[in-house]
Design a binder for this molecule. Sequence first.
Ligand SMILES: [Zn+2]
Ligand SMILES: [Zn+2]
Ligand SMILES: [Zn+2]
Length: 409
Amino acid sequence: MVRTLLALALVLAGAVLVAAQAPARTSATPAVALPPVSLTCPMHPDVVESKPGSCPICKMNLVPVRLDASWMCPVHAVVIEPQAGTCRLCGRPLVPVVVSLTWSCRGEVNAEFLEPGVCRDGSPRIGKRTLRPHGNHNPQHGGQFFMAPDTWHHLEGTLPRERLFRLHLYDDYARPLPAAALAAMEARVVTRQRFDAATRATIEDEVFTLKPSKDGSSLEATIARAPLPAALSVKVRFKPDTPEYRFDFTFRELTREPAAPRAATPASRNARRSPAPAGTTAVAAAPAATAAPAYSVPTELLPGTMAELLADLARRRDEVGGLVQKGDFGAIWVPAFQAKDAAVALEPHVGHLTPQARSHAEPALSDVVRTAWQLDAVGDTGNADEVAKAFTLFTDAVSRLLAAFSTTP
Ligand SMILES: [Zn+2]
Ligand SMILES: [Zn+2]
Ligand SMILES: [Zn+2]
């Protein structure tokens, strides 16, 4: 769901450059369309609907919100820009996030609007981009990033060097958790386990307890030497009396911490004291992007003909399969949604099929859509079993759809 919003918003982002930062000065009509107003639960931000109603979880009335894609500095949360680029404070590459857009007037602190306009004093309303809960699903240390099934905790696993596993924990805004919260957790990393069919239980053959690091910023464990690619499972209980969750990590290589922008050398430290000449900023000297987003943004146009759509669908299925195999669960949603889009685009072509083929194509098509959503959801939470299950259902649906279309007269 959250990823969906991000995907949609990012696709739209190119076209929808909101006048949030600079409200229209000359005319009251915005030159570009705003992203649509959605409805969300005040208590459950992951509930986002297109129509008014009540929250399916707590029954509260949904409230309107205008969601958009933006780009944020991974360390300076105040830096949120409408477009990709680098942070104006530190030069780090910005990462894609979901924000809510609001407008307000100077001196009217309690009034927030969902659209630009004119204030009582005649000045234009001031736009603001605010990070949404779950709006930031980007790894912060070059590792694999997952969301817990409690939809509040987030975590990131890294393998900074051989035999060292580190777990970073975050809240719903992807802010690091305080040391005290980490100390209260019960977590272990399993490097070898097997499923015992007789007892239907998982037997952990090699387990290491995760303990707070010296600086208290993460949990870590010295593990046995594991050949790459290394598959590790983390089992964690965030608080006593809460369920234990499992997250499956796969490391193709050792994790590289994204290089901080150029370290301040004595010279540059001095330089910082004198004002930068107009037109040049520290950003210009920033190194090339080292922390590329963990996924590419699906902005390609769908191929048009039926044959192209079918080929596209098969290709996306294979891409999902490749990511499942690599354990790159956080990236699955991209090809899964592209497959879903291809399936939806095939819908009008169902009419060309024989009645027999059609009776197979229609349920297969809705299964592709449904299982693509499932893949998105389980990919976020990084549980290998759940991902494998969803992938089996998804490939089955895709195969049935392709088979139904292969019988075209
Ligand atoms: Zn709710
Ligand atoms: Zn920054
Ligand atoms: Zn999240």
